[in-house]
Write a new protein. Structure first.
Length: 103
């Protein structure tokens, strides 16, 4: 019986922590901007034209995500659906982190 009570208490503490640290829309916008900046700072090629194209593509994808995202608030997590480059992208927000879901 003690183990069951401990298990329930641990679950309640974890649920409370997840609910308190669930990221919001401002967090998502900041995360998208930060991720895009990191990608732009490391272009794929050494050629100036390739760097400019990579920067443009990354910025365009960032703007598409920020213009089309839809934030869904759940009790313990957050989901964001957005469109970029003609594809639907889903992000999972949990404990102050945003994780792209590959499907």
């Amino acid at each position: 019986m003690k183990k069951l009570i401990r298990f329930v208490v641990i679950l309640l503490v974890l649920a409370g922590a997840l609910a308190l640290t669930k990221p919001g829309t401002k967090s998502f916008e900041t995360w998208v901007k930060k991720e895009a900046v990191e990608k732009r700072s490391q272009p794929k090629g050494d050629d100036l034209v390739e760097k400019l194209v990579d920067k443009g593509v990354t910025t365009a994808a960032q703007l598409q995500i920020l213009a089309t995202y839809r934030y869904t608030d759940h009790k313990l997590i957050a989901l964001v659906e957005a469109h970029a480059n003609g594809k639907k992208i889903t992000f999972l927000g949990i404990a102050t982190f945003w994780i792209p879901i590959p499907f």
